[in-house]
Design a protein around this ligand. Structure first.
Ligand SMILES: Cc1cc2nc3c(=O)[nH]c(=O)nc-3n(C[C@H](O)[C@H](O)[C@H](O)COP(=O)(O)O)c2cc1C
Length: 169
């Protein structure tokens, strides 16, 4: 699938079929995360693939979103170097891990799967559930599975609103 088509077709899937994801399909999606760029190529990430129903239910509770446990897999994207700063003053980890997650969401579309970024969740209980050390941070939860809903309209700002040339305006 062409990358532009994947970008157009991706949407936040908030209802999933219970069908399991074949492992080779899931691994092709995760390979897209592995190949993502990161500052100084530090690859400061680890992805916990959660399939057990009880754990998915608990994550859905921490996210206050029942659909999170409908998906057969919840990818928990963990940053393993959260204090690292770019010389620009920007925290590298949120950028690095977000790129990897975005690769996952687009590769998922190419595999006929859907995802939804979940940034609204309780960090500490999720970390305890998955035995993630305190020095690491969960950046996002990402349920992944076969969509059971249909995309709505893409509501986005006009291109003219978000670009300017030469100076900020
Ligand atoms: C960093 C980030 C965090 C998000 N957190 C949530 C969330 O906690 N719950 C949710 O339902 N959607 C969440 N979303 C999905 C956005 O609401 C969604 O991407 C946006 O409304 C655009 O819709 P689309 O993904 O269908 O194109 C998040 C998206 C991003 C990028």
């Amino acid at each position: 699938m062409d990358v532009h088509q994947a970008i157009r077709e991706r949407y936040s899937v908030r209802s999933y079929l219970p069908d399991p994801i074949p492992e080779d399909k899931l691994m092709r999606v995760m390979e897209a995360a592995r190949l993502a760029p990161s500052a100084k190529n530090r690859q400061p990430w680890k992805f916990v693939l959660v399939t057990e129903q009880q754990k998915r239910d608990a994550l859905a509770g921490f996210a206050r979103n029942p659909f999170v446990s409908e998906a057969p897999v919840c990818i928990v994207a963990v940053c393993t170097e959260k204090d690292w700063m770019l010389s620009s003053g920007v925290h590298a980890y949120a950028v690095d891990v977000a790129i990897a997650i975005d690769h996952i969401t687009l590769a998922a579309v190419a595999e006929g799967l859907g995802t939804c970024w979940i940034g609204d969740f309780d960090q500490q209980p999720a970390r305890e559930l998955l035995k993630i050390p305190d020095e690491h941070i969960i950046v996002e939860l990402l349920p992944i599975g076969y969509p059971a809903d249909v995309p709505g309209d893409k509501k986005r700002k006009d291109l003219r609103e978000i670009i300017c040339w030469e100076t900020f305006s």
